[in-house]
Write a protein that binds this ligand. Structure first.
Ligand SMILES: CC(C)(COP(=O)(O)OP(=O)(O)OC[C@H]1O[C@@H](n2cnc3c(N)ncnc32)[C@H](O)[C@@H]1OP(=O)(O)O)[C@@H](O)C(=O)NCCC(=O)NCCS
Length: 276
C-alpha cells in the first residue's frame, strides 16, 4: 500500500506539506530551511500512498553518530506500518544513533525496539532575556567573540567534543544562513538564529559545564535586544534552574533516546531542535 524511497527535489513540496501539518516549520520562516538541508544531505526519505507524500523521515550525521531528526506520518495514515518502514530504511546500520522523541507512544516504542533507550528529558524553554545573569556570573570570563568564517573550524572541534561527532559541513551551512551568528569564547560556542519571534540558541556547548554555561549566557547577553529566546536543554544541564529562575517557561518536552555509549555530553551540550 505504501512505497518508501529516498526523497528527490520533486518530492520536497509534499514533504513540506506533511511537515506543516505538524507545525515543524514555525521556526523557519525563510528558505533554505532544515528540510532543504536534509534533502541536500541525501538523508531525506519519503513515504507515498498513491504517489502522494503521506510521511517522511530524515537523519543528520555527526561523525559515526546518526541523529534521527524527523519521523512523521499524516494522522489519516498512522498506525498502518509506514512509520516503522521509514525508520527501518533510515537506520539500517547497527551504528550509534540518537533521537528526540515526542510523547507519542508509537514513536517511543518504535525507537526502543530499534535499539535505542530513553535517557533523559529534553526540555524546550522559552523566555525573556531581560532578567538573565551575564556570562561569568560565578567566575570572570570574556564576553565571547563573534566567530568569523576562520573560527568555524575551531567551533566545529568544540561542537564535536560536546555533541558526539564532526559535522563541519552542516555547521558551515547553518552559520552562513541569514540571521545566524556564532559566539566563540575559546572554550565554548553558541549559535544563535533570529527567528520571527526572538532568537533560537543551539547548537551550543563547551569543554566543561561552566564553559558551556558561559558561552550560552554570553550569546544571550549579546542578543538581549531580541527580547525572547528559545533553547532546548537535556535534563542534567545546570542552566535549567538558572533559566527558570529568570522567568523562562517549559514550552515542550521530548525524550532523549540513545543506542548507548553516551555520545553526547548531556550537561554541556545544547542541541538544535531540528539539526540535533
Ligand atoms: C510516531 C509515528 C511516526 C509512527 O508512525 P506510524 O506509521 O503511526 O507507526 P507504525 O504503524 O509503523 O508503528 C507503530 C508501532 O507502535 C506500536 N504501538 C502503538 N501504540 C503503542 C503503545 N501504546 N505502546 C507500545 N507500542 C505501541 C504499534 O503496535 C506499532 O508496532 P507494530 O507495527 O510492530 O505493530 C506516527 O504515529 C506519527 O507521525 N505520530 C505523530 C508525530 C510524532 O509524534 N512523530 C514522532 C516524532 S519523534
Amino acid at each position: 500500500m505504501y512505497t518508501v524511497r529516498q526523497a528527490g527535489p520533486g518530492d520536497l513540496a509534499g514533504v513540506r506539506a506533511v511537515a506543516r501539518r505538524f507545525g515543524n516549520l514555525g521556526q523557519w520562516p525563510h528558505r533554505p530551511d532544515y528540510l532543504d538541508r536534509e534533502l541536500d544531505n541525501g538523508r531525506l526519505t519519503a513515504g507515498f500512498a498513491d504517489g502522494v507524500v503521506v510521511g517522511f523521515g530524515a537523519t543528520f550525521a555527526r561523525g559515526g553518530l546518526t541523529h534521527l531528526a524527523d519521523l512523521f506520518v499524516l494522522p489519516e495514515h498512522q498506525s498502518s506500518g509506514l512509520g516503522r518502514t521509514l525508520l527501518t530504511r533510515l537506520l539500517t546500520v547497527d551504528a550509534p544513533r540518537v533521537t528526540f522523541a515526542s510523547s507519542d507512544p508509537r514513536a517511543v516504542a518504535l525507537y526502543i525496539r530499534q535499539g535505542m533507550r530513553p535517557i533523559c528529558p529534553l526540555l524546550y524553554l522559552r523566555g525573556p532575556l531581560g532578567a538573565l545573569p551575564g556570562p561569568g556570573a560565578a567566575r570572570p570570563a570574556g564576553p565571547g567573540e563573534e566567530a568569523g568564517p576562520d573560527a568555524v573550524a575551531a567551533v566545529a572541534v568544540l561542537d564535536a567534543d560536546a555533541s558526539g561527532g564532526r559535522r563541519d559541513a552542516d555547521l558551515a551551512w547553518y552559520a552562513a544562513l541569514p540571521g545566524v551568528t556564532t559566539v566563540h569564547t575559546g572554550t565554548g560556542y553558541a549559535m544563535v538564529r533570529d527567528t520571527r519571534d526572538g532568537v533560537q540558541v543551539g547548537p551550543a556547548g563547551g569543554q566543561t559545564t561552566r564553559h558551556c554555561t558561559d558561552a550560552v549566557l554570553a550569546a544571550l547577553a549579546r542578543h538581549r535586544a531580541a527580547g525572547t529566546a528559545t533553547l532546548c536543554l537535556f535534563g542534567p544541564n545546570p542552566l535549567l534552574p538558572v533559566l527558570l529562575e529568570a522567568g523562562f517557561t517549559i514550552a515542550d518536552m521530548d525524550v532523549f533516546l540513545s543506542s548507548g555509549a553516551d555520545p553526547l555530553a548531556l550537561d554541556r551540550y545544547l542541541p538544535h531542535p531540528d539539526l540535533g
